[in-house]
Design a protein around this ligand. Structure first.
Ligand code: FES
Ligand code: ZN
Length: 283
């Protein structure tokens, strides 16, 4: 018999996923943490007949990435699946720590790399959708930041489901209405192994401040859900108002994936990092 926590999570995952068009093969981004580990298990429990490929990106962050990969592997094994690992150093010749030397605000660069690589991997695997484990508070923080910093374009782009566009695979966030506390309960309840350590090089004070603000504003889960609905409606209004124009996407001249500039930010940054490391290593 399933517990109350399992039931809530299953219902919320179902409510979200049922909004997506039919899909059969899903890539689940597995970091080794509690959120994605729980998503993998909750998704498989809810949709046992879908094909799921867990993918882990090893970013080459000393100490942290080895442990993350190890936990991601355990989570996949526990779900009876084989983990696919993409190792940045091996595949691209540099790590996120190398990138940090060139981009001190490496978090957003790292986020962009992860989005690009997951899309590329999912595309090559013939997947229909990429599922990520962003939860309710992640979205509240992101939307609140956009509103207060006049980031209206970002808010207008906000969606919990992004349909496929050419070689950009569909993206879904089945945990968007699941609070973090419930995920923690679920992970313990289901005995999901996870790494609780946070990334040591990410400087996220700003995010933490917004996170605390969300906790002060909304002490109860129901309030958080209410704020989430209000901000989602605001994002939809912005999308429909025509006041914010969405960038036109064209194939990147280097990799061919759709991007808003002639050469996509991934290719441009990768080129810079390689040149930087090349100069660094030159005799
Ligand atoms: Fe990307 Fe920490 S995981 S900077
Ligand atoms: Zn490119």
């Amino acid at each position: 018999m399933s517990s109350r926590v399992e039931e809530i999570i299953r219902r919320r995952v179902l409510t979200e996923v049922e909004k997506y068009p039919f899909f059969q093969r899903a890539v689940v981004a597995l970091s080794g943490g509690k959120d994605s580990g729980s998503l993998l298990h909750a998704f498989i429990d809810t949709y046992p007949n879908k094909e799921v490929i867990p993918v882990h990106l090893n970013l080459g962050i000393k100490g942290f990435s080895e442990a993350s990969e190890c936990f991601a592997k355990m989570q996949a094994e526990r779900a009876g699946l084989r983990l696919m690992v993409f190792n940045l150093k091996r595949e691209l010749g540099f790590t996120i720590m190398d990138a940090e030397r060139l981009y001190p605000k490496v978090c957003s660069v790292c986020g962009g790399f992860k989005r690009y690589l997951l899309n590329k991997i999912a595309f090559e695997l013939g997947a229909d959708i990429i599922l990520t484990a962003h939860h309710l508070e992640d979205f509240l923080v992101r939307m609140l930041k956009s509103v207060l910093n006049a980031g209206f374009e970002e808010l207008a782009r906000f969606k919990t489901y992004l349909p496929r566009n050419g070689n950009l695979i569909a993206k879904g966030r089945p945990f968007c209405r699941v609070p973090e506390s419930l995920i923690v309960e679920y992970a313990f309840l289901k005995g999901i192994p996870f790494l609780s350590e946070k990334c040591p090089i990410g400087r996220k004070e700003n995010v933490e401040r917004f996170r605390r603000t969300v906790e002060i504003l909304a002490r109860r889960q129901s309030q958080k859900l209410l704020y989430f609905s209000s901000l989602t409606k605001l994002a939809e209004m912005l999308q429909n108002s025509g006041a914010v124009t969405m960038p036109e996407l064209t194939p990147c001249s280097s990799c061919g994936f759709l991007a808003s500039s002639e050469i996509c930010s991934f290719c441009a940054r990768m080129k810079k990092i390689r040149a930087f490391l090349g100069r660094d290593q030159a005799p």
